[in-house]
Design a protein around this ligand. Structure first.
Ligand code: ZN
Length: 270
């Protein structure tokens, strides 16, 4: 998705599928050239990426499972084509930033934004800053207790097998049950298992960062029975030792990524 604007009030979006890097980047550049003069571009990208402006590979997508995009100089290609400054971060970090500025993270000193879709990712904001560390967190790849008697599915993360993403992302749900989660009915055993895995991830992140709130977005979380199940299981697993974080849905929905990219571009030094 591409968008121009300065925030939610004047956002204009344009959607097209992500294909090969050359074709995808060309379509994005064409969209921006056809729009009003663009002062800066923010790119909210699937990862892993190099988001460190001082690094020689800043703006590259690095070790992604998407073969064609591996070692792609995404920010460089867009920056050279448009001749404007580029901000570059993960899609989930961008969404966290957008929720902080305009959505469910407003006014909070600490929160995590998590998306549960075809993959699982998380971005943490502490005192108004995104947590980057060496590159960016990969919260979806935490190791998760896996009871193979209850769930014989081996997990499908290409890097780790049964990490959280390999057990609980939409692609794992589909591989385990033989059809996409959208086609599984309410009350199906899939949702208790999904709540269990997501609760385990939430407990790990809570014990590590003690966030006030965790915003849970992504297509899988649109299943309404999940959030109450997750809340109950998180409270059980924490067992009174720590206060559970508020667990809430996002406020910006599918626009969070592009709004975050706009926030990143707005924050570039002028
Ligand atoms: Zn993994």
């Amino acid at each position: 998705m591409c968008a121009v604007g300065s925030g939610p009030a004047d956002l204009q979006t344009f959607e097209f599928p992500t294909t090969q890097p050359g074709e995808t980047i060309a379509r994005a550049v064409e969209f921006f050239r056809a729009s009003a003069p663009v002062a800066a571009v923010g790119i909210a990208c699937f990862g892993p990426i190099d988001p460190n402006p001082g690094s020689p590979t800043f703006g590259y997508i690095t070790s992604t499972p998407k073969q064609d995009w591996r070692n792609c100089d995404f920010a460089g290609a867009v920056g050279r084509a448009l001749g404007v400054p580029i901000a570059f971060d993960t899609d989930v970090n961008a969404a966290a930033l957008a929720e902080f500025r305009w959505g469910a993270g407003r006014g909070l000193g600490s929160f995590i934004y998590v998306t549960v879709g075809s993959g699982i990712g998380g971005g943490a904001m502490l005192d108004g800053r995104l947590l980057h560390g060496r590159s960016h967190p990969e919260m979806g790849h935490v190791r998760t207790p896996h009871d193979r008697l209850r769930d014989p599915f081996p997990g499908n993360c290409p890097y780790h097998g049964d990490c959280l993403e390999g057990l609980a992302a939409a692609l794992a749900v589909e591989a385990r049950w033989g059809r996409p989660g959208k086609l599984l009915p309410d009350g199906h055993a899939a949702w208790d298992l999904e709540a269990e895995y997501l609760a385990l991830g939430i407990v790990s992140w809570t014990c590590t960062l003690a966030p006030e709130r965790i915003i849970l977005g992504g297509g899988v979380m649109e299943r309404e029975e999940l959030l109450p199940k997750i809340k109950a299981r998180v409270a059980e697993l924490l067992n009174g030792y720590m206060e559970p974080p508020d667990l809430v849905p996002p406020e910006l929905g599918r626009r969070a990524g592009v709004l975050g990219a706009i926030a990143m571009a707005n924050d570039l030094p002028r």
